[in-house]
Write a new protein. Structure first.
Length: 146
């Protein structure tokens, strides 16, 4: 599901939700900025993601990676199939939730949880305002309930 960075978030918006801006809703049909984030960014992003929001029943698959689970049927999986499937989630190849980050200016950024994988595996470089928001996030608050 593709949404350009810093456009208004509408994907899972519900009445009463705080307005947010999209970050990291990538698609293989569109180019995206690449580069190296600041030291510590990815580690901080992983902590922020522990408080995922908008958990879904399905999942999004990384379009930039080969899909090791593509051949699985929806029926009874073998123990090996389940192990591969769980490994896909563990490394961020699949995700089924979103994360939120608030910038110093009060703006809220909405991202798929897979953003972590995009940064780590595909060198996606989120917009500077988002990177700054992650770097300034109070991790004690993001880690509550984790």
């Amino acid at each position: 599901m593709y949404y350009p960075d810093l456009t208004p978030y509408v994907y899972g918006a519900e009445p009463g939700d705080e307005p947010a801006l999209n970050v990291g809703w990538l698609d293989s049909a569109y180019e995206f900025p690449k580069g190296d984030p600041p030291v510590g960014f990815l580690d901080r992003l992983r902590v922020v993601a522990r408080t995922g929001v908008k958990q879904t029943r399905g999942f999004q698959v990384c379009q930039f990676c080969p899909d090791p689970c593509a051949s699985f049927s929806l029926g009874a999986w073998s123990a090996e199939d389940r192990a591969v499937y769980q490994a896909c989630f563990a490394d961020g190849h699949y995700s089924s939730a979103e994360l939120r980050v608030r910038g110093n200016d009060g703006r809220v950024y909405a991202s798929p949880e897979m953003l972590i994988h995009y940064v780590a595996a595909h060198s996606y470089l989120p917009p500077p305002a988002f990177v700054d928001a992650v770097m300034r996030t109070d991790l004690r608050v993001s880690n509550e309930g984790a």
